[in-house]
Design a protein around this ligand. Sequence first.
Ligand SMILES: *Cc1c(COP(=O)(O)O)cnc(C)c1O
Length: 478
Amino acid sequence: MSEIDVGERLRRLPAVDQVLQAPALREAAPRFPHALVVEAARHRLEELRQRLLAGEEVAARELELEAIAEDSRHYLEAAFEYHLQPVINATGVVLHTNLGRAPLSQAAREAVERVAAGYSNLEMDLTTGQRGSRYAHVVAWLSRLTGAEASLVVNNNAAAVLLALTALARGREVIVSRGELVEIGGSFRVPEVMAQSGATLVEVGTTNKTYVRDYEKAITDQTALLLKVHPSNFRVQGFTEEASLPELVELGRAYHLPVMVDLGSGLMLPLVQDRHRGEPLIPEVIGQRPDLVTFSGDKLLGGPQAGIILGRKEVVGQLAQHPLTRALRIDKLTLAALEATLREYLDPRRAALTIPTLRMLNASEAELEGRARKLRELIQKAGGQPLPELRLSVVPVSSRAGGGSLPVTDFPSFAVAVSLGPAGDPQKLAQALSAHRPPVIGRIQDQALLLDVRTLADHELPEVARAVTQVWLSGEGS
Ligand SMILES: *Cc1c(COP(=O)(O)O)cnc(C)c1O
C-alpha cells in the first residue's frame, strides 16, 4: 500500500462525534456513563490510526462508520463490566488462591451487609460510650474457641508474621529449622519476611532432621525468638525428625525465650475420615502453650482474608502496641465476616455444614457422585437437541484442599468430563467457558475438560450446564 493511500485513509477516518452519532453507538449510549462512551469511540479510532500508521493491512469494511461504531460498542460493553466478578469454580480446588480462597458463609455475608450499610461500634465501647478497640469484636470468640489468653487480628497471615518478627526480634536473632524455611504461594518466603522484619535468621538442623538440641546450641545472648513454621504446602517423607512444639516450649521456658508458631492454614475442627491428617488443630496447638500462634482467616478456617494472632497476653500486647499494627490494620467489613465465621464454630456440627470450606472438604463420595450425575443430566437437557460430538462422562477424580493446605491429602471426588471427540481441543473449551458470563473454570486432564463438582454448589449446576451448552452451540469451544 502506498503512503498516499495511508494518508488518504487517515484523513477519511470519521471524527469522534460522527462515531458517537452512528446508530450502533447512539442506541447503546444511554445505558453507559457518557465519559466511557466517548472513551470507546476515541479508543477505536486511535487503534485504527495506529494500525494504518504502522502500515498494517486494514480492511475497507473496518473503516466504515457503522463498523467503527459497532466495534466501539463492543469495547464499551467490555469496559463497563465489573472487573472483579464472581466465577464458578469447577476446579475441585477448595481454597483456590486465584479464585479468592474461602467463600463466606451466609452468616458472614449477612454480617458484612449489616455493618457496611451504616455506622457501627467499630471502635466504641457501647457500655461506657468511650473509645473502644476494633479488636475487641473477636477477642472473646477466639478465646472461647481456642483457649488462647489474648488475640489480635491483622490484614493477613503474612502481615501477622511480619508484625510478630518485627515487634519481638528486630535487630536480633530468630532460630528456625532448615526444614521449615518455606515458600507459600510464591510470594511468602520465610527468609524474606525475616529480612523485611529486620530480624536475623539463624538456620538450624537439616532439611529432613532437626532436633531440639540443634536449637539449644544456636541460642546466644542475641536470640530473641524460637520460630516454628508449619510446612503447609509440602510434607517431608522418609527419615525425618523435627523438634516437637512441647519440646520447643520447654526449651523456650528454660532460656526465657518466646516461642512462636506460624500455623499457616489454621484448622479449627477435625475433618471427616481423618482427612485433616498432618494438620494440627488450633486448640491443640494453643494447649501446648506457645507464646504466639498465627494463621490465615481465609484458608481452612473458611473466613475472610485475615491474619489471626493468638497467644500470651504479654506477648500479644507487645504486638498490639507496635506502630506497624496500625499499618496492617484489619477493616470493618473483614471484622464483621470474621466474627460471624467464628461465631458459627461454637456449634461444631452446624459449622461443618454452614461454613462452605468445611462443607466442601467434608463432602462424601456418594454426595459428589450424585451431584456429578445431576450435572451431566442438566447439560444433556440444556442442549434441547442431541449434541453428538459433545461427550459427557462422570469420572472419579481427586480434588485438592488448595491454598497451600493439606498437600498430601487425597479428596476423592467426581467430575463431569467434557470432551469434543478425537479432534476437540479441551483448551479452547476451557477458554470459552472462562470467557462466558458467569465464567466457569474447570481443569484439563487427559484431553478432557473436567468439571469437578466438589467446589460446585447445587444452585450453580444449572448455570454450569447452560454455559457448557451455549459455548458448544456457539462453536466457540471447538
Ligand atoms: C499461607 C501461609 C502464610 C501466608 O498467609 P496469608 O494469609 O496468605 O498472608 C504464611 N505462612 C504459612 C505457613 C502459610 O501457610
